[in-house]
Design a protein around this ligand. Structure first.
Ligand code: UDP
Length: 249
């Protein structure tokens, strides 16, 4: 697979009319490091199949996906669609993994990380566990994700005071992406990334599926069965498969 980090050109596949970058975990991390060295606030979307269906139904969200600086392939459904379109992607690049890898780099390079989202107390628990896993990881602040959109600017100003390099927003799609898009200049983080349920996972509140389930690509099914709230999202999967099969581009 060609990588496009050095040239700045993007190697992408369009799925249901929406761009997904053909990155693996290493090239995604290289891109994020490049963003952090730069001067612009950059937006990263972690796109799963349900998210792409959602974007098809929500023009504002679709615009954000199109305008994002990096859209990672965050589900086996997305990998399947890319392969079907003749532009295979090597591996899944999930929000859970990127939070972990950015924190590992943060302990090495001092990147300032802010965790926003999930229920009260969860981001703090996630921060605690990430610091244990990656001693010296520079998490400069946390905040829960239950506030109305009218308060976005107030919350953004609070976050800006912590001067994060990387802002993770775990408030579910498309709420998290809309927050990121409208506040990115105000907050000024070099990288702002929507990461869905990742803080629940890193806090230890929600367990990841066993490795063998992850390997066969059924983590979403495992987590849906344990969390009925996710079933609504899982229902988008057959719709995704159907639309990709019928897609004429
Ligand atoms: N959440 C939040 N604010 C809200 C609604 C949800 O912070 O107004 C959190 C919720 O607690 C959970 C996350 O957003 O931690 C969404 O997780 P989910 O796994 O449903 O997200 P997905 O990856 O499926 O978009």
């Amino acid at each position: 697979m060609e990588t496009a980090v050095a040239s700045g050109a993007r190697d992408r596949v369009h799925i249901l009319g929406l761009p997904v970058d053909r990155v693996d975990v290493d090239t995604a991390m290289a891109r994020i490091a490049e963003f952090i060295r730069g001067s612009e606030p950059r937006v990263v979307v972690t796109a799963d199949a349900a998210g792409l269906v959602l974007a098809q139904q929500d023009p504002e969200f679709a615009q954000i996906v199109r305008g994002a600086d990096l859209v990672t392939p965050d589900s086996v459904g997305v990998l399947w669609a890319a392969r079907r379109l003749g532009k295979p992607i090597r591996q899944r690049v999930s929000g859970v993994d990127l939070v972990d890898l950015v924190c590992a780099k943060s302990s090495e390079l001092g990147w300032r990380v802010f965790l926003l989202g999930a229920a009260p107390g969860v981001a703090e628990m996630a921060a605690e566990r990430l610091r244990l896993r990656h001693p010296g990881c520079n998490i400069v602040g946390t905040r829960h994700g239950f506030f109305p959109p009218e308060s976005d600017d107030v919350v953004a100003r609070e976050i800006a005071e912590h001067r994060p390099d990387v802002l993770f927003v775990a408030m579910g799609m498309p709420r998290q992406e809309k927050f990121i898009w409208s506040t990115r200049e105000l907050i000024g983080a070099k990288v702002a990334m929507g990461v869905g349920g990742s803080l629940d996972v890193h806090s230890g509140r929600v367990r990841r599926a066993p490795r063998w389930v992850q390997r066969i690509g059924l983590e979403w099914l495992w987590r849906s069965l344990l969390n009925p709230r996710k079933i609504a999202k899982a229902k988008n999967l057959p719709l995704f498969l159907w639309r990709v099969l019928r897609w004429k581009g």
